[in-house]
Design a binder for this molecule. Structure first.
Ligand code: ZN
Length: 122
């Protein structure tokens, strides 16, 4: 049996994740940490289950979507088409993800003077 601790955090504006595990029956243990726009899905799912999802949305109408598209592309390494789809979601019902993922995006958007709100997804 193994026990695994997982987490996401940000460091210098980069989304990072870490996982740490140990065996209950022997001294085996490991840890792994990396950064990048996409966190491994098993870590995301564990965090979503433990903490629930967060939702990020625009707090006012934006006259110009260019800064929104730029922030999304910087943070998530998206194609322009993918960024357009996510920008539309941000303006409508919002984007959902882990709290850390949404906070990282919020920082990028605020850095481009786009007003956003992060709230629990419920
Ligand atoms: Zn073992």
């Amino acid at each position: 049996m193994t026990t695994c601790d997982v987490g996401q955090f940000f460091d210098h504006g980069m989304l990072c994740w870490g996982t740490e595990g140990r065996c209950a029956d022997c001294p085996n243990a490991w840890c792994e940490q990396d950064s990048g726009p996409v966190t491994p899905e098993n870590i995301r799912q564990a965090l979503l289950q433990a903490h629930g999802a967060a939702r990020l949305r625009l707090s006012e109408d934006v006259p110009n979507f260019v800064p929104v598209l730029q922030a999304l592309r910087d943070a998530r390494e998206l194609s322009l088409g993918e960024a357009r789809t996510q920008a539309k979601q941000l303006a409508e019902n919002g984007l959902a993800g882990t709290l850390v993922e949404m906070e990282v995006l919020a920082i990028r958007l605020r850095g481009r003077a786009v007003e956003v709100i992060v709230a629990p997804a419920e």
